[in-house]
Ligand binder design. Structure first.
Ligand code: NDP
Ligand code: MG
Length: 394
């Protein structure tokens, strides 16, 4: 019992959360589960908490507290509800916390998890994009290890030699190209939410699936890589690799490329972070290179996918611009999923918001939260004004 690693999952009911739960179920002898959180999926949260014998389950939506209590009655599992309860649960000591909430909503829980001192595995990329400096600084201050879970960043983490940092020429982030890799702009104008979330290689939550289709996901990942590995934008490249087998690479001064390969299955990077610094087994998909026969690569077409270029502009403009890119994108993706704007308008909205926003210096958490709110409001107003002017033009 003494050797059990205590783990918590923030966002247990999502795509990353469910894969993490699968791994924990397969390695019951190694882990004890502290806290599981979800936002609205109370039935799955209760089921996971029972199956993993969690200490506590927390649901974000306070209206669901009674249901959670009812589903966990007699189990001895503690229950809580509300945003504050999620942040408090994240601060509860654990050796390893999976940060798998979607969007900027995960920032305060990540900071709380960093504050309690255990390792924090980060899938939730948006807080890194919007507040990377603060997140990295807090981790340094507390001596907390951050373990990248995003498949590209986990790949880089596995082949990045910190002792040879000076000999690193560049990080190459691979990109599948998403479901619209071969589509024309005219076709993309008509793209529906259903088409955008149907990713060819990966099964993921709705938001990141839309980001993959617009390539905004790769834009967020360029910024994420810059913060996680402390690399300037000119040392980060993007390469389209449709099969998603090479998850990313590091090129060294001697001409060596070190790459991490694997089947497109998030259980591998999650297992890498969960087992770190060791390795644990997964029952996930395995790579069969002989069956695959070939790996293909393409240059990114920035005319059809302008999002990635915006990330480089934002990195050069500073943290306020990176925050604005993320905030405008979160609003625009939701508007697209709600069928209020077309697919190409997602990146158009982000670009417009970046053009008219005066980027603030992000001094601290309250400053970050208030600037994030202001940009979201600006993005919503922009979308409404565009819709109004379209009606006038018709
Ligand atoms: P999902 O949408 O599948 O899951 C999100 C999770 O967060 C769910 O547990 C959800 O609860 C919870 N949640 C949603 N909104 C809130 C909120 N406001 N406050 C607290 N909890 C909330 O997302 P994914 O698992 O796909 O992605 C999670 C993160 O990981 C994202 O940042 C994504 O970019 C990143 N990522 C995901 C990958 C993937 O393969 N899916 C790959 C690489 C990175 P409920 O279910 O109750 O709504
Ligand atoms: Mg990724």
């Amino acid at each position: 019992m003494a050797d059990l690693k205590i783990v918590s999952i923030l966002g247990a009911t999502g795509s990353i959360g469910r894969s993490t739960v699968d791994l924990l179920k397969a390695h019951r002898e190694r882990y004890a589960v502290n806290v599981l959180t979800a936002q609205g999926n109370v039935e799955l949260l209760a089921e996971q908490a029972r199956e993993l014998r969690a200490r506590k389950a927390v649901i974000g939506d306070e209206a669901l507290f009674a249901v959670l209590k009812d589903r966990l009655a007699g189990t001895g599992i503690a229950c809580a509800a509300g945003r504050k309860a999620i942040i408090e649960a994240a601060a509860d000591p654990a050796d390893w916390t999976m940060a798998a909430i979607v969007g900027m909503a995960g920032l305060e829980p990540i900071l709380a998890a960093i504050g309690q001192g255990g390792c924090v595995a980060i899938a939730n990329k948006e807080p890194l994009v919007a507040a990377g400096k603060l997140v990295i600084a807090e981790a340094r201050k507390r001596g907390t290890t951050l373990l990248p879970v995003d498949s590209e960043h986990n790949a880089v983490f596995q082949v990045f030699e910190p002792e040879n940092r000076g000999g690193i020429e560049r990080i190459v982030l691979t990109a599948s190209g998403g479901p619209f890799r071969t589509w024309t702009l005219a076709q993309m104008t008509q793209a529906t939410p259903e088409q955008a979330v149907a990713h060819p290689n990966w099964s993921m939550g709705a938001k990141i699936s839309v980001d993959s289709a617009s390539m905004m996901n790769k834009a967020l990942e360029v910024i994420e890589a810059s913060y996680l590995f402390d690399m300037p934008p000119e040392k980060i490249d993007v390469l389209v690799h449709p099969q998603s087998i090479i998850h990313s690479m590091v090129e060294y001064a001697d001409g060596s490329f070190l790459a991490q390969l694997g089947a497109p299955d998030m259980r591998t990077p999650i297992a890498n972070a969960l087992g770190w610094p060791g390795r644990i087994a997964t029952s996930g998909l395995r790579l069969d290179l002989a069956a695959l026969k070939r790996l293909d690569f393409e240059t990114l077409d920035s005319a059809r996918f302008p999002a990635v270029g915006l990330a480089y502009d934002c990195l050069r403009a500073g943290p306020g611009a990176c925050l604005a890119l993320n905030a405008a994108n979160e609003v625009a993706v939701q508007a697209f999923l709600d069928r209020k704007i077309g697919f190409l308008q997602i990146v158009d909205t982000v670009r417009a918001v970046l053009d008219f926003t005066k980027f603030e210096q992000l001094a601290d958490l309250p400053g970050i939260i208030s600037f994030d709110q202001a940009v979201r409001q600006a993005a919503k107003s922009y979308i409404l004004s565009e819709a109004a002017s379209e009606k006038v033009n018709r």
